[in-house]
Design a protein around this ligand. Structure first.
Ligand code: ISL
Ligand code: CA
Length: 628
């Protein structure tokens, strides 16, 4: 039990305390040693408001203490070593809108995906995750669901969906659906009913509050897509909460009828044979209170209010309910922005019966950085995070291993914008991902090293987050800075059409693509198929290698020379089968550490033959260790 008399040292032993502290120090760019030293450890929490009045006030201390004590006495997270199918899966994420158009309307669709299954199978991926394909008005490209049992018309029909699922299963591949149940579209029938009839069966399906008047929202929470998290509805004379866009209304999970309806939706898709679910912002479903967010914390984390819903009080309970009543043994990946490793252990330890695994985003941006900052990503940060994920931690909390998705710019250009390094870095990342201990996720286009797009101006962007943020930034930093930052972080970089050929619209569509197409002369699937040294063929070889050697999936993970900057070396071992991986994380050549005896090079990103004794810029390779 944490109290005001507890010390910072106690805090460092408390799971949520550790996560929050490390989150805050990472956001603030403060090195861990500033906090984790004997002097700091002895400070009592009650003194914090006096020592740092601008950072910690009494109210924040109360909020934090409640959080620290929240999981007291619950089932501890224990290790497990099952070999469930999803642990060795290589999952390929499809953003259906941008993958393949089959009917010339400029929008990707399910038939398009079916047409590309041979390609995906030959790549070797074992499961697909589809970003949402449900009926939606597309305010947030499908993350605003209007009907969970209907396919978006632009994407096709339920028959197409059934055909896709059958075809995948016939190929021994699995399907993971995106499930967005923190919020629904404001066009969902539940919301229409909730708005129309506060006393009716749906009146309490969303988070409605009065507020002082029609100009003052009930609290200071901010939407993740800019502006306040509340919209006033004169029809009800009330405000409704939306942590994302104005058209993505937060469901009221406190209402058991909401939870029951979500179970039914999951059952509907389970009955169709879907194998797993990726749960959108699932850690946001429980709102502990609707009190104002702390301002200091809000400024550090980017959004006011997060401390009331990142780790909501009833989160574990709701997740157990979902598993017991609906998911059962289906694979579940929680998308949990803002949780840290300790919370993630509680969420994913098998004995606790909540989630199979979570997406942890700690490695995606550098310390003290966020997506809209202009900076070069330092691979040493990836190394630090991967070492944390893949060691003993993975015994309890099997990690997800990824560097790209539909919410982030492409990684190679963020690491080094020089085009001559793009393919090499893409292969380096593939080597680190596909020899890692965890479930691997590749995002469409990553396997050919697709880059970010030189969008000309705002008129070429489509994402609601970018449009809103640009407007907000214009007001604070002016149009020029606003554009530079939005261009650095826009999610549209990841949402341009898949580059299949160097022909018309990169082979994506016969019509007019819904968003600007990138430069297919730089990279495309057709050219890479034919090139033995391509990123594509490197990925294919790595996936095949991983599939054939369980040591690369389940084997122990031992970092070597871990203290040496710009170098990432490790060994994987299982039942005497050993693999060695080396990577130069920098653009400078450096001496190669001695190879283990008996090591033979199997796959590398530098087929030109490395100089003996030297690692070339961004050089990376996988070695099999045979008998010496
Ligand atoms: O993009 C982000 C960080 O890289 C986050 O702010 C992101 O919005 C958050 O991770 C939640 O993302 C998910 O829910 C959103 C949706 O827009 C995203 O596409 C989805 O991945 C709301 O449903
Ligand atoms: Ca289409």
């Amino acid at each position: 039990m944490m109290t005001r008399e507890s010390t910072i040292g106690d805090l460092l032993k408390n799971p949520i305390g550790m996560d929050i502290l490390s989150r805050l120090t990472q956001f603030a760019g403060v090195p861990a040693r500033v906090i984790d030293n004997p002097l700091m450890r002895s400070i009592k929490l009650k003194r914090l408001p006096k020592i740092a009045p601008r950072a910690v006030d009494e109210a924040l201390l109360d909020t934090l203490l409640a959080l620290f004590n929240q999981d007291e006495g619950t089932e501890p997270a224990r290790p497990s070593n099952g070999r469930e199918w999803w642990k060795s899966a290589v999952v390929y994420q499809i953003y259906p809108r941008s993958f393949q158009d089959s009917n010339g309307d400029g929008v990707g669709d399910l038939r398009g995906i079916i047409d590309r299954l041979d390609y995906l199978q030959s790549l070797g991926v074992t499961a697909l995750w589809l970003s949402p394909v449900y009926d939606s008005p597309n305010d947030d490209n499908g993350y605003d669901v209007r009907d969970y049992r209907k396919i978006m018309e632009e994407f096709g029909t339920m028959q197409d969906m059934d055909a896709l699922l059958a075809d995948l299963h016939a190929r021994g591949m699995r399907l993971i659906m995106d499930l967005v149940v923190n919020h629904t579209s404001d066009e969902h029938a539940w919301f229409r009913a909730s708005l129309a009839d506060p006393d009716g069966p749906y009146g309490d399906y969303y988070i409605w509050r009065k507020g002082a008047d029609s100009a003052t929202p009930p609290n200071n929470w901010a939407s993740h897509f800019s502006g306040p998290a509340w919209t006033y509805y004169p029809e009800r004379g009330e405000w409704a909460l939306h942590l994302f866009s104005k058209k993505q209304m937060d469901l009221n999970w406190e209402n058991p009828a909401v939870r029951g309806d979500v179970y039914d939706i999951i059952k509907f898709w389970r009955d169709k044979g879907v194998d797993g679910f990726r749960l959108d912002v699932i850690n946001f479903i429980s709102k502990t209170t609707l009190a104002d967010g702390n301002r200091t914390l809000g400024r550090l984390m980017g959004f006011f209010g997060v401390e009331h819903y990142f780790y909501g009080k009833r989160l574990h309970e709701f997740l157990r309910g979902l598993k017991e009543n609906a998911f059962h043994d289906a694979f579940t990946i929680g998308e949990t922005p803002g949780t840290g490793p300790e919370m993630n252990r509680l969420l994913t330890a098998q004995n606790r019966g909540e989630l199979s695994t979570v997406f942890c985003f700690d490695h995606l941006d550098g310390p003290g950085r966020m997506r809209f900052d202009l900076y070069r990503y330092d691979l040493n940060h990836l190394k630090k995070c991967f070492i944390e994920y893949e060691g003993a931690y993975a015994d309890v909390s099997w990690p997800t291993i990824f560097v790209e998705n539909h919410d982030n710019p492409r990684m190679p250009g963020k690491i080094d914008p020089r085009p001559e390094y793009r393919a090499r870095i893409a292969k380096l990342l593939a080597i680190l991902l596909l020899t890692a201990r965890g479930t691997v996720f590749l995002y469409q286009g990553q396997e050919i090293g697709m880059g970010n797009t030189a969008f000309a101006d705002m008129s070429e962007l489509s994402d609601v987050e970018s449009l809103n943020r640009y407007k907000a930034l214009c007001a604070s930093v002016g149009a020029e800075q606003a554009w530079r930052r939005v261009l650095a972080g826009t999610r549209d970089h990841a949402r341009t059409p898949m580059l299949w050929t160097d022909g018309k619209n990169a082979g994506f569509t016969e019509g007019e693509p819904w968003i600007r197409t990138g430069d297919a002369s730089e990279t495309n699937v057709a050219a890479q198929q034919a090139d033995p040294d391509s990123v594509l063929n490197c990925c294919r070889a790595l996936i095949r290698l991983r599939g054939a050697h369980s040591a690369l999936v389940f084997g122990s993970f031992t970092p070597l020379n871990a203290g040496r900057r710009d170098l990432f070396c490790y060994e994987r071992e299982e039942d005497g089968e050993r693999w060695y991986i080396e990577a130069n994380l920098s653009d400078r050549a450096q001496p190669r550490p001695a190879l283990p005896a008996g090591a033979s090079r199997v796959i590398s990103n530098d087929p030109g033959g490395a100089e003996p004794g030297m690692l070339r810029p961004y050089e990376a390779a996988v070695y099999h260790i045979g008998r010496a």
